[in-house]
Design a protein around this ligand. Structure first.
Ligand SMILES: NC(=O)c1ccc[n+]([C@@H]2O[C@H](COP(=O)([O-])OP(=O)(O)OC[C@H]3O[C@@H](n4cnc5c(N)ncnc54)[C@H](OP(=O)(O)O)[C@@H]3O)[C@@H](O)[C@H]2O)c1
Length: 387
């Protein structure tokens, strides 16, 4: 029996890599539903190739174009949030949650409520949803399998020991394109510079976040949630070659690491086939390229976004929601050249400091905090941009 797969965010970097995995394992997987925001030309090509039963675009203005581009195929199409949710809750064995940013929270949550196996790329679901999402997943019997390469590596390394035996989780980070920059160099960074990642080919938001270390901050929060571990047991080490995807140290000082080529198809495929492994298309690891593997410290004085994630966690459930919202707004403003690259952590920090604390007991609380933090971040940006 083929596994029925839904991909939310099929036109993005993770979505396309997932389709590449499916393409080469046609006997294992069958695509039943796809969803994207507005890239209808790409989505229509995917529909023709993978023949899902349903395809949705979030942007309703793009629906007519999708209908016309998919004419002649048997696919049913839809638009808007309700139909992205319809894709998310389609009868399936596994839902790949690969929408970028906070837009991924609600569709992923709806899939969780159906008790699906979720291949989770959208880290924002856990960063924003926190303990609430973990509890809901448990309540509805949904499994959250990490796709983020670091979390997949930790997930695999955790098979080597018991939870009580964990000393620390060590997330690796490439350091991004600016690791050797001074603060003055960093002030002059333009969006085009921050969009050039030295190792990974990813969507725009996560690439900018990798340059500022906010992505590692989001990953620290994701790890704390996913592996139910104290923040001070999650550390980050810079490993520019990105061959070791992350590690777990146990109480006997053994470190178990997962390594391989930096190619997202490996963690995606593992989430799709878990607990089994099947032959993949990623090239075998070549040690010739890895004789100079390095491990370096994060430079928190130059890239404060990582430390701010620990700070956000200390504030309680609302902290990470504010961190994520402020970062999304700040990255948007940086891309429009309204603020400078070094202003991104300033917006996050000021939002965290200014916003009132609040409790989280349901999804509406999360959305309310997210919305207040966005408003606050925009006000802070207005002040910064006139200076
Ligand atoms: N890329 C990586 O290597 C990587 C690694 C680890 C984790 N992640 C995480 O995976 C997620 C996706 O990253 P990515 O790099 O693949 O992003 P991306 O290339 O920007 O793709 C984002 C996808 O989400 C879709 N989308 C955006 N808003 C939507 C909405 N409201 N409803 C439905 N679809 C929507 C986009 O559609 P359109 O094309 O129509 O805009 C696109 O298909 C992020 O949370 C990221 O942090 C990515």
């Amino acid at each position: 029996m083929k596994k029925k797969v839904v991909i939310l965010g099929s036109t993005g970097s993770i979505g396309k890599s997932t389709l590449d995995v499916v393409e080469h394992h046609k006997d294992e997987f069958q695509i039943v539903a796809l969803a994207a925001n507005r890239s209808v030309a790409v989505l229509a090509q995917q529909v023709k190739k993978y023949k899902p039963e349903f395809a949705a675009v979030f942007n309703e203005e793009k629906h007519e174009e999708l209908v016309s581009l998919t004419e002649g195929s048997d696919v049913e199409t839809g638009a808007g949030m309700k139909d992205v949710i319809r894709a998310a809750t389609f009868d399936a064995d596994i839902v790949v949650a690969a929408i970028a940013g906070s837009a991924g929270l609600i569709p992923t949550y709806e899939a969780i409520k159906k008790g699906r196996v979720i291949a989770l790329a959208n880290k924002e679901t856990l960063v924003m949803g926190g303990q609430f999402i973990i509890d809901e997943a448990r309540k509805y019997g949904a499994a959250l399998l990490p796709v983020d390469s670091e979390h997949s590596a930790v997930f695999q390394s955790l098979l080597a020991g018991k939870k009580v035996e964990i000393r620390r989780i060590i997330l690796t980070a490439s350091g991004g394109p600016f690791y050797n920059y001074t603060l003055d160099d960093l002030k002059k960074v333009k969006p085009a510079d921050a969009l050039k990642h030295p190792v990974w080919d990813m969507g725009a938001k996560i690439t900018i976040d990798s340059s500022s270390m906010a992505n590692k901050g989001l990953e620290v929060i994701e790890a704390v949630r996913l592996f139910d571990i104290e923040p001070d047991k999650v550390e980050v080490v810079i490993h520019p070659q990105s061959f070791i995807h992350s590690m777990v140290e146990y109480t006997d000082s053994s470190i178990i690491a997962q390594m391989g080529e930096p190619d997202m198809r490996t963690p995606i495929q593992y989430a799709l086939t878990y607990p089994d492994r099947i032959t993949g298309r990623v090239k075998p690891f070549s040690f010739e390229n890895a004789y100079n593997m390095q491990f370096l410290p994060p430079k928190n004085n130059i890239f404060p976004a990582l430390d701010l994630a620990y700070h956000a966690l200390k504030k309680g459930e609302y902290g990470p929601i504010c961190y994520n919202a402020a970062d999304e707004i700040a990255v948007e403003a940086f891309m429009k050249e309204i603020i400078s690259f070094t202003d991104i952590p300033v917006v996050i920090e000021e939002t965290l400091e200014t916003i009132d604390s609040s409790t989280v007991s349901n999804i509406d609380d999360i959305l309310k905090i997210d919305s207040s933090a966005r408003k606050m971040a925009k006000e802070i940006i207005k002040k910064i941009s006139v200076i």
